[in-house]
Structure formats: C-alpha cells, structure tokens
Design a protein around this ligand. Structure first.
Ligand code: M6R
Length: 615
C-alpha cells in the first residue's frame, strides 16, 4: 500500500527520498512522487507507474532542483481516483505553498471539499488527500503557524491518516501526524527522518520514535518536538531498532520471496529459541497473560485474520481444539466487523497479522476489545498498531518480510499456534506428558526437514515447469492440511495469476469435480499415518477417473503412488499433526517456480499490497 518518507538534513535530499521509497516499494504501489523545498520554493515531481518513471523525471528536471533543504516522498496505491500523474502524491494547496503526503482514507473528504471549493480552493485531483492540503492551507491563512494549522485541520478530518506537511514560509520543519496508520520518526544527528515503516530510514539511523494516534511531531534538522492532539507538549521515548540494513537485501537470491522461503529453517529455530528449551520443559510465552484462572473463565476462542494469516489461523483452530477441547471459531476480519458477533468478556480473541497494520483486523480487534474480550495478537511486527491493542502478544520473529507473498511469516505464525496450543494444553492439563514430549521433539526436528526440502528443489522445479502453462489448478487436502491446500492455492494465484483454488478433498464430489478434465492439474496433499490419507487417495482416484492431471505431495514412500499420480513431490516423514508447517514449503516453491517460469513480477505482483491499510 502507500508509503511515506520524509527527510530534513544536509544529505542529498532527493537521494534520501528516492532510496527511502525504494525500500517501501515492496508494499505495492501504482505511482510515486516527491516534494522538495528547493531555492525556497515548494517543487513537486510525480509520475504514474514504478519509481523508475519518477527517477527519469527527476533526471530531466535536475537543473531546476537546487539548494534543497528538506523533502517528503510517497508511493501511492490508488483508493480515491485512478492511478494517474495528477492523483499521485504529494498534493499542494491552490497557491502551491503547502504540500502534503498522506496514507489512509479521509472519510468526510466530500463534505470538506465542497466547503473548500466554496471558499475558493481550486482542486486538481480526484483524491481525498488533496482536501487535506487545502484544509491546512485555509487554516494557515488564519494563523500563519503551520503546527497550529495542522492541529486545526486534523480536528475537522474523519478517517485514517499518516501525513507529512511542508510549507514554503516555514522552511525549517516538516510536520508529521498519524491516526490509525503507522508513522515513525528516524532520529539522526543534525538530520531527522520520517517513514511509514522503518526500512525507509534504517540505512541512516537505528533510533526511532513511534507516533501514537493523534500525536503531532515537528521535525527540524536539529530538533524534534512532540505534541498531543491539543498541542500540549509531550515527551517521547527513543527506541533502538533491532534491524540491520542487510535484512533488506536479497543476499544473492533472485527474488526476496526465494530468499524468504530459504530463511524458514532459521526462522523456526529463532522462534523456538527462548520458547521451547527442552522436551521436558513447559513452553515459555512471556507476553501471554493467560493463566489457569483466566482459562477457566473462557468459553470460546475467536481467531480473526485476513489472507495468509487467516490460513495460519485455521491451523490454529485445529490445534487448539484438538489439544485443549476449547471451541474455536475462525473468521475473516472483513466479515467479523460487519455483523453482530457474540464476543464478550468470556472470549479470547486472537488477531493474526504479519504486518500488524491490516485495517480490517485492527477494526475487528478494537471491536473485540470494546466488548471486553482478552485480545492476543500474533504478529511479525511487535512495533505495529495491532500490537499496541494487545493484552497478550506473541511476536513471531520471522524478521522483515519484503516479498508481497507471505512465506516465512506464515510458517512462523503456524509455529506460534503450535506453541500456543501446547501452552494452553499445559495450563489445562489436557494432553499426556508423553504426547507433549513427542510434539516438542517433533517441533525441534522441523528445521532440518525443511532444509531437506530446500536441498531437493529440483523435483518441485520439474513439476513447476510442466504445469506452468495451465490456466487452472486445484489443491486438495483434508483435516489439518486443508489450510495448507488453501494457502498453496492462494500463493499460486497471487504471484502467477493462475486460477488456483483449494478444496477439502471430500468436497470435490459435491461440485468442483464438474470442472475436472485433462486441462486441470490437481495437487493432493496426503500425509500417511493419520486419519485422512486413505480418504484423500480415494478422492484423488475419483479425480483421475475424470482425466485430471494428478500430483501428490506426500511423505509416503509407497511406489504404487506412481500408478495414480503423474508426479510425486516427496517430503520428509512427519506426523500428520505437525505436517502443515513442512508441507507448506513445497507449495511455496511450486508457486515461486511457476511464476518465475511465466516471467511474472514475483516480489511485487500486480494489484497487491504488502500491508492492506484500508478496509
Ligand atoms: O499483514 P497481514 O498478515 O494482516 O496481511 C493479511 C493479508 O493481506 C496477507 O496475508 C495477504 O494475503 C498476503 N499477500 C499473502 O501472501
């Protein structure tokens, strides 16, 4: 989605802005722009399409960009008004002296716009953001104080925003503020930075200050001041960022997605580190504030998430119900927020989100909190908005994920659910010590098993090459691997645009079977040793009888499978209960190689955004 960067200091401002925007590109966008204070004028450069178009424009105009003291930049993912040069940010007021970049949505922009037009403002774009520029300029006309004008303007705005504002007549400062959209200040020496996410400035400083909703920052070269929404001065804490800039590099891999798939064994070791010490020791989840008493008071659990996180949530439901007997519902956040839910103070609500900034999930979590639920957040970003609402927290520690298609964060989320489900079972005493020891032992083995899959990629590449030109794809599974099938299909459609769908294998004959013929590959995820293997095998035979092209993903060594399946992707042996965390990896690789064979933009698929900050 949209990204913001701001800089004031002695470096080459245009370079800092462009580099910052490059680090945010992974979020998905359709236009880009910057505004600089150059020769004491506000100059705006913006272009539809990828950053290269903006860079070319800046190259053309380089002679007119001199003596630059500060600037703001933006990448836009269109919401109000199509992707065009004019709708790209930054936006200026009528006289061009005040300029703004904005992430989020202004809900009352139509009313504000009508009023501002009556007052003589001339609008050029179709965006909600331009309203902010005119509104602030109108307030500036009354006060000639940019900080006050922003405060007065923000009081009239309804919706979500992260903004940066500059004014020609106050060339020493950038004003920044946020509400329901992230914004972070990067603290430097003799320079300061603003970013909608940390990568925007991590190359220059590892000190940051997170703005809270409604707060206003006045960012100058040599000072930072913070105010609450009423302009009372406040003190803010400087946080030390744990990230190294190297986390943002591909480290020799062709795409971030491939790098992130390969990071999974280490991610698992990292997640387990400090949480699972030994098979005889209880699981340690420091920030989960649930004990025997509070668990007694619980009558159900609701897990809310979107997309890939929703699939991790489905694995979580399976595990928690199996290990503890507590009833669990899983729901897409976008559905949860528009109905009368039965959430109350006896409900544990678990929000799952890689980014911690997904608007639907944030709204759902807020609603759940208002109803008195205990909110547990599972996120890869403990610095996110969602984490701030958490009564309990599980940071999934997957490291920054750049590729839009979630891979390592999914694995870390699924693993977090294993740890949580075992923890709840420990508190409730619902599993035998032997069974728990075995689970923990198997979890510790998982990284090595994934390494084995990564060392044996050729089998997956071969299948990918063979099926890359099919227009449809079906993934089937049952039980705990149904989410693996859904996630496998989501990954494939996200990055290759193939119409891939995941079904419960048992549901195939209730409708989808009608689609089967020789143009339809069907990938069956079947793990022996549990209750589903034989059933999925029969369902696969039914598909074969309709001429579907069958692929098996299995740990079975049964040679007879070659008579039924055209291709067999083999994974290491693993108990069915633990298998989703391993079986997902070949699906990620299959999606990756198919997209790669098709020449798709793997890391930044069309129309998608890494973090969906609008409902
Ligand atoms: O940051 P979140 O986990 O809340 O994001 C939810 C979805 O938008 C996300 O999982 C999306 O489906 C990804 N593109 C999956 O690859």
């Amino acid at each position: 989605m949209c990204g913001i960067v701001g800089y004031i200091g002695k470096r080459n401002v245009v370079d800092v802005l462009i580099k910052g925007l490059e680090t945010l590109e992974y979020r998905g966008y359709d236009s880009a722009g910057i505004a600089v204070n150059s020769d004491n004028e506000i100059k705006v450069y913006k272009k539809i399409g990828k950053l290269i178009n903006l860079k070319n424009l800046l190259e053309e105009k380089k002679n007119e960009i001199n003596n630059v003291t500060m600037g703001i930049g933006h990448i836009r993912w269109a919401t109000h008004g199509g992707a065009t040069d004019i709708n790209a940010h930054p936006h200026t007021c009528t006289c061009g002296k005040l300029v703004v970049v904005h992430n989020g949505i202004i809900e009352n922009f139509k009313e504000l716009k009508e009023d501002l037009i009556k007052k003589g403002c001339v609008f050029r774009s179709q965006t909600d953001t331009e309203t902010i520029a005119h509104l602030f300029a109108h307030e500036y006309g009354k006060t000639h104080d940019l900080t006050l004008a922003v405060k007065k303007g923000l009081e009239q705005i309804k919706g979500a925003y992260a903004i940066c504002v500059m004014h020609k007549d106050e060339p020493d400062k950038i004003i920044a503020s946020r509400k329901n959209a992230p914004l972070v200040i990067g603290v430097g020496e003799g320079e300061n930075f603003i970013g909608s996410d940390i990568p925007a400035f991590i190359e220059y400083t590892k000190k940051a200050i997170y703005l809270e909703d409604g707060e206003i920052a006045v960012v100058k070269e040599n000072s930072l001041e913070f105010f609450d929404a009423n302009l009372n001065k406040i003190e803010k804490k400087i946080e030390q960022l744990p990230w190294e800039p190297v986390a943002l590099s591909k480290l020799g891999f062709k795409h971030f997605m491939l790098k992130e798939i390969h990071e999974q064994p280490d991610v698992i070791r990292n997640v387990l580190n400090g949480k699972l010490f030994d098979i005889d020791e209880p699981i340690v989840l420091d920030e989960v504030k649930i004990d025997k008493e509070s668990l007694k008071n619980l009558n159900r659990i609701e897990i809310i998430a979107c997309g890939t996180s929703l699939h991790a949530a489905m694995v979580g439901k399976f595990l928690i119900e199996d290990f503890t007997g507590i009833a669990v519902d899983v729901e897409a956040s976008s559905e949860y927020i528009y109905r009368k839910t039965v959430t109350n103070d006896k409900t544990l609500v678990i929000g799952v989100s890689q980014s911690g900034e997904t608007a639907d999930t944030i709204t759902a979590i807020r609603q759940a909190k208002d109803k008195g639920a205990h909110v547990l957040i599972i996120t890869n970003r403990p610095d996110s908005s969602m984490a701030r609402y958490a009564d309990s927290l599980i940071p999934v520690s997957a490291g920054i994920e750049i590729s839009v298609a979630a891979t390592k964060s999914y694995t870390a989320q699924v693993l977090s659910f294993y740890l949580l489900a075992i923890k709840l079972a420990e508190i409730k005493g619902t599993l035998s010590p032997e069974y728990m020891k075995n689970l923990k032992h198997e979890l510790i083995q998982v990284p090595v098993k994934i390494e084995e899959i990564l060392n044996n990629k050729e089998q997956i590449k071969k299948v990918a090459k063979k099926f890359a030109n099919f227009r449809n794809f079906i993934f089937i599974a049952r039980g705990i691997n149904l989410p693996t099938a859904l996630e496998g299909a989501l990954k494939l459609k996200e990055i290759s645009y193939i119409n891939a769908t995941g079904y419960s294998a048992g549901e195939l004959k209730h409708g989808p079977i009608a689609m089967l013929d020789e143009t339809m590959p069907v990938l069956s995820i079947m793990i022996p040793g549990g209750v589903t293997y034989d059933k999925i095998l029969s369902n696969s035979e039914e598909a074969k009888a309709r001429n579907a092209r069958l692929i098996a993903l299995t740990s079975s060594k049964d040679e007879n499978l070659k008579d039924i399946f055209e291709d067999v992707i083999t994974i290491p042996e693993i108990p069915e209960m633990l298998s989703p965390i391993v079986a997902n990896v070949p699906c990620q690789l299959l999606a990756y190689y198919i997209a790669e064979f098709l020449g798709k933009d793997v890391d930044q698929p069309r129309n998608l955004a890494k973090s969906v900050t609008v409902e």
